[in-house]
Design a protein around this ligand. Structure first.
Ligand SMILES: [Zn+2]
Ligand SMILES: [Zn+2]
Length: 138
């Protein structure tokens, strides 16, 4: 989260708008949330948003959270172009923390090699309560 974002300069206008919206958001956004926020910028069709999201996800600039059917901007687009990506999703406030874990990645790598499984991508989604929400509840 503390990393700075180097937004690539070769994005289309729609990709830039969508990535900007995701980056500015405190939590994950669905494609329709994004569309709502960008209506003023001339985006009208869900397909425009989906196309932009596809490209951003492809390039590792954004991630799709399967369990929420929502998207987040990548917290650090340089450290994990491939490999394991993990998300801790707070079910109280909706905050999402993205991290990578080499130990888990290594273990999965060993498992995959042993079983002859070719891993394309690994996304972990951990649901629970964040430290802030736990502190508030205490
Ligand atoms: Zn990421
Ligand atoms: Zn929380």
């Amino acid at each position: 989260m503390a990393h700075s974002h180097d937004i690539p300069t070769d994005l289309t206008r729609n990709q830039e708008l969508v990535l900007g919206t995701l980056t500015a958001s405190a939590g994950p956004l669905s494609a329709y949330d994004i569309l709502d926020k960008l209506r003023g910028d001339g985006l009208r069709a869900p397909l425009q948003v989906y196309r932009a999201l596809d490209k951003l996800v492809d390039r590792g600039l954004a991630h799709r959270l399967e369990s929420l059917n929502a998207f987040v901007a990548c917290a650090d687009m340089h450290c994990h172009r491939k490999g394991l990506i993990a998300f801790a999703i707070c079910e109280s406030c909706g905050k999402v923390d993205e991290f990578a874990d080499e130990v888990i990645e290594e273990r999965l790598g060993t498992w995959a090699r042993t079983g002859g499984f070719k891993v394309e991508r690994t996304t972990m989604e951990i649901r629970g309560r964040c430290a802030d929400c736990l502190a508030k509840a205490a």
